[in-house]
Write a protein that binds this ligand. Structure first.
Ligand SMILES: Nc1ncnc2c1ncn2[C@@H]1O[C@H](COP(=O)(O)OP(=O)(O)O)[C@@H](O)[C@H]1O
Ligand SMILES: [Mg+2]
Length: 261
């Protein structure tokens, strides 16, 4: 008798490449690269942002960048980030992306937050390595953290990663951003606050996410050298605030992970 095993969902490896020097870092997917080539004006806006804090709001016949004001979900945010949407107009269709500008200096404000149990760790790491080692609150490290999470094999029927398509860090000017595919979903925390998921559902998701975090930690302890690290970094923030939930497909989508070297 042949016993059929449930096929394990095999996720295609992420089409994303990472490049870094001592002062700059960049990640992009193949299609983001293509889009930036086709729309050099966008790259010009990105570079302006690197020079001066903030994207200008801009609309051309090809694309639009707008500032987003998301307040409710951000009450518990421990540091400031600016959020934007980027829309491409093509053949009557709109393709939407989400941009988060991270102020690298704000990273230090994490020290003051009381509800982050890993504060001591972070302060220790900053003191030893400084921000230039990469690994911290910057777009590149965030994008790399999500790639590592995907590589660790946790993606499946219940969980996916929000695709980061582009990230950039200028460590000298301390400017950074990350661009994600736009997700029209609410986070687990928001849904719980709005009574759209029950306490027991929320608790079950919390338990699941902490299992995911443990699995990622174990993976990283064995595989850190693959990613060019000399010791195993830690990935934090796999949390209900940083996880969208699709109640129809019953699927979780992780974003905003923190990589500390
Ligand atoms: N890919 C995305 N698409 C649409 N909205 C997003 C996306 N990523 C994040 N957001 C929204 O922005 C909020 C803040 O994003 P997050 O990455 O968690 O920022 P922070 O680093 O400040 O915690 C999220 O709670 C969510 O409401
Ligand atoms: Mg967050």
């Amino acid at each position: 008798m042949i016993i059929k095993l449930k096929p394990k969902i095999q996720r295609k490896p992420m089409d994303i490449s990472f490049h870094k020097s001592k002062s700059h870092a960049l990640s992009y997917t193949g299609s983001a690269r293509q889009k930036l080539r086709e729309n050099p004006e966008i790259l010009r806006e990105f570079l302006k942002m690197v020079a001066n804090k903030g994207f200008p709001e801009i609309k051309t016949d090809k694309f639009q960048i707008r500032r987003l004001s998301i307040t409710k979900s951000r009450e518990d945010a421990s540091y400031n980030t600016s959020l934007y949407s980027l829309e491409f107009f093509r053949n009557g269709k709109t393709e939407r992306y989400f941009i988060k500008e991270l102020d690298i200096q704000d990273f230090f404000r994490l020290q003051r937050s009381e509800n982050l149990r890993y504060d001591v760790d972070i302060i220790d790491k900053i003191n030893r390595h400084g921000i230039r080692g990469f690994g911290g609150s910057d777009g590149f490290s965030e994008s790399l953290a999500l790639k590592i999470i995907a590589d660790s094999g946790v993606v499946g029927r219940r969980l996916d990663i929000v695709n980061s398509v582009f990230s950039y860090v200028d460590a000298i000017k301390k400017r950074s951003f990350i661009c994600y595919e736009y997700m029209d979903l609410k986070t687990v925390s928001e849904l719980y606050d709005e009574h759209k998921i029950s306490k027991s559902q929320k608790e079950s998701i919390d338990r699941y996410l902490s299992k995911v975090a443990t699995r990622v930690e174990n993976y990283l302890e064995k595989n850190y050298s693959k990613y060019g690290f000399k010791t195993a970094p830690k990935i934090f923030d796999i949390s209900p605030q940083n996880t969208f939930y699709d109640p129809v497909k019953k699927k979780l989508h992780l974003f905003d992970s923190l990589l500390i070297t």
